[in-house]
Design a binder for this molecule. Structure first.
Ligand code: PLP
Length: 452
């Protein structure tokens, strides 16, 4: 008899991945990844043909849904012509994509620098703001994530940076968030004086307006818990920028490309930023890509001055082709309209779930960028797991996440948040399926609530 234990194909795939690759933001032991064989629409399928509904669109990027043949065709066609040329040469597709982005961006943002992903778009936005204004300070929010490269990570306040933050880039200043469910100033949104905005104004005064190049904010908050801005917040921040000659950089990496029911989340707020940093939904994750879209004033400034920015893979022809096709799909399939309608449907359905589940403290969403915040007590709002929870503080949430997975859902679960951000092509029936899985899993969390 042989000592070797037969392992399935799926197990062999997982073992290779665990033995030879590293996993982000995680201890390397004890990981149980889903081995995805193929994916279609809002579903992932593993090697045993188990189906998972993807309720966070991968990392909130696969906006058009998985496995769209139209993108594959566009990519193959481009590869058959040319895959890579140096960014100082041009392709038809690069110019067409630039033109399309100018059409869908807010008025006055007409030129784009293409990058390889979100963090690089942010890095270049920070550099460009400094080059353009001649100022050095950047104001950003604590509860924000802007990417994992050093500059982007410094700009974000997300605690994922804390373990390696000794070498942050200098001159980034953080401000508190307008977290209305847990207002840092103890106010209510209906009666407050927007202390969240006067706080920023005070920080500007302390830091010296003449030193501040830009304020960077997500178009709408994402992985920090979809901390929805009060309706007039971004407008007031824009006004502060205008008053002090500060640029406003909108990080639309997660909130862009239809996720909020508009092309960009700044459109929801009626605000025109000076730059839009974007990635994710631009290609819906079919290929890595990013875009930094800038105002005419910034673009013009570099007509006669050197633009000290560059990347080997800027405007990669194949990524441009994927992006152009994905942008067409948003329009052809009316996905942005669907995101808005389905966002409203989810809001109504989770409203009903709130009555059934004592563990749902809050649900915040803009279109299909949403998250449920779980609490142990609805009155005190004690979180089911704290901010920056240690592994041992995640026991309850880990059980909830395991149940979600067991019942056939993949979604992003972080601290006491469960994300509800499915692909924009999702239907009501698919939403019902997903929410019933979450509802079933929430029964575990409900057991830990304290009724008052
Ligand atoms: C708002 C935001 N900005 C920037 C990034 C970084 O993008 P990337 O991971 O493509 O570098 C992310 C990634 O999740 C994000 O959510």
């Amino acid at each position: 008899m042989s000592d070797t234990i037969a392992i399935s194909d799926t197990q062999a795939i997982i073992i290779n991945n665990l033995d030879y690759t590293l996993f982000s933001w995680s201890k390397q032991k004890g990981i149980a990844p889903i081995a995805v064989k193929y994916a279609k629409g809002v579903y992932l399928y593993d090697y045993d043909d188990k189906r998972y509904i993807d309720f966070s669109s991968g990392l909130m990027n696969v906006n058009i849904g998985h496995g769209d043949q139209r993108v594959t065709d566009a990519v193959v066609k481009q590869m058959q012509e040319v895959s890579y040329i140096t960014p100082s040469c041009v392709t038809k597709v690069r110019g067409e994509l630039g033109k399309k982005l100018a059409e869908i961006s807010p008025p006055g943002l007409n030129k784009t620098l293409f990058t390889v992903g979100g963090a690089e778009a942010i890095e270049n936005a920070i550099k460009l703001a400094r080059l353009y204004t001649g100022r050095h300070k950047i104001i950003a929010r604590y509860r924000a994530f802007h990417g994992a490269s050093y500059g982007a990570m410094t700009a974000g306040g997300d605690p994922r940076k804390l373990a390696s933050d000794a070498q942050q880039i200098p001159n980034v200043i953080h401000v508190e968030d307008p977290y209305c469910y847990r207002c840092p100033w103890g106010k209510e949104i209906t009666s407050c004086s927007r202390e969240c905005v006067s706080h920023i104004e005070r920080v500007i005064e302390f830091e010296g307006a003449e030193n501040i190049a830009a304020i960077i904010m997500e178009g709408e908050s994402g992985s920090s818990g979809c901390i929805k801005y009060p309706p007039d917040y971004l407008k007031k921040v824009r006004a502060l920028c205008d008053k002090h000659g500060i640029l406003l950089i909108a990080d639309e990496v997660m909130s862009g490309f239809g996720r909020t029911g508009k092309w960009f989340a700044v459109d929801v707020h009626g605000v025109i930023p000076d730059m839009i940093a974007s990635a994710k939904g631009i290609t819906s994750g079919y290929l890595p890509f990013g875009a930094l879209i800038v105002s005419d004033a910034i673009a013009k400034h570099f007509d006669d001055k050197v633009l000290w920015l560059g990347l080997t893979y800027s405007a990669h022809a194949v990524c441009c082709a994927a992006a152009l096709e994905v942008l067409n799909i948003y329009e052809e399939d009316e996905l942005i309209e669907n995101a808005s309608a389905m966002g409203k449907y989810i809001e109504a359905e989770i409203g009903k779930m709130k009555l059934k589940h004592p563990s749902i403290g809050d649900f915040r969403n803009t279109g299909l960028l949403g998250c449920i915040e779980l609490v142990k007590n609805k009155i005190t709002k004690e979180p089911m797991a704290p901010f920056n929870a240690k592994p041992e503080e995640m026991t309850i949430m880990n059980k909830v996440a395991a149940k979600i997975k067991e019942l056939g859902m993949y979604t992003f679960v972080r601290w006491n948040y469960i994300f509800v951000a499915p692909p924009l092509c999702i239907t009501k029936e698919e939403i019902d399926e997903g929410l019933s899985i979450i509802s079933e899993a929430l029964k575990i969390a409900d057991e830990y609530t304290i009724h008052t």
